[in-house]
Design a binder for this molecule. Sequence first.
Ligand code: COA
Length: 320
Amino acid sequence: MTARIAGIGICVPENIITNDDLAKIVDTNDEWIRSRTGICERRISTEDGTSALAAKAAKKALEAAGVSPEEIDILILGTSSPDYNYPSGACEVQAAIGAVNAVAFDISAACAGFIFAMEIVQGFFQAGIYKTALIIGSETLSKVTDWSDRGTCVLFGDGAGAAVLKADEKGIIDMMMGSDGTKGPVLACQSRTLGNFLTGTKPEIGFMTMDGQEVFRFAVKKVPESVEILLKKTGIPKEEIKYYVLHQANERIIEAAAKRLKEPMDKFPMSISRYGNTSTASIPLLLNEMVEHGMLEPGDKIVMSGFGAGMTWGAVLLEW
Ligand code: COA
């Protein structure tokens, strides 16, 4: 048995923040942001937190799949901006949607979180332990963004995407995942500084910090590399891959990946211009659009690939 995507749902906040809006709060401009990243606007949440966005996306995914909350065996939320240390966001979603029979937990794999969640589920399905899963990527990175740092604040956006996975004959063909903790400092958010009565320090809130060029170099190497590994392992030729659904971090990273893979840009759908980098939500947001636009037919082969803080990376080759 393998994991098949049975339904997708998304939720994005209503507030649209354009590049011009950001130029009013930091020294930046629309031309710089568009040309360096491909981003025109992003959504920023003022009401819903990570779990609320996740629950709304989850309900839509269940509806699309025709699956009831009680049928869910396992519920995984990938996020790097949870509302609380605990309870986990996944447990909050479980309560909100009534997935009473599910085991629920969060995973922290940053922008690779959705791919990691899918691969964890695949392991349970292959072992015959579970049959129905709900995976969600949800972020409100706006709350850990330093809104005075033009190097990061123009890049990210809030949003959530969810998918119901069912154990089936066809679906995931192969997958890979990896991490390199030595590169941790290049993209970090030290939001929980230690504090106790012995050290006399107090907990402090930290913001996201990033070495943009280092992350860029990492991504343009790892994304095509992970895709190539899967193609080689499966023996599936590039001609059979209809789309590469890549994490939406930067248009230039996607273009560089396409060039290294020697594949045409029309195989790389994008939604980054409208949402920015929504981290673990970016792949399901894009998949949802592809479904809405009728771009995917049963039998189509696609590769999904994500990378992010950790550093982490992963890819999945599946038949739709
Ligand atoms: N507006 C205007 N100027 C800006 C700016 C902004 N928002 N952010 C940075 N700059 C300036 C810099 O200060 C620098 O100025 P200087 O030359 O006077 O020092 C100049 O633009 C070039 O900065 P640099 O960092 O070299 O730009 P870049 O071409 O590397 O692009 C990123 C910066 C962040 C867009 C790019 O490195 C990137 O996308 N990296 C990957 C980040 C990512 O995807 N992170 C998430 C991974 S999941």
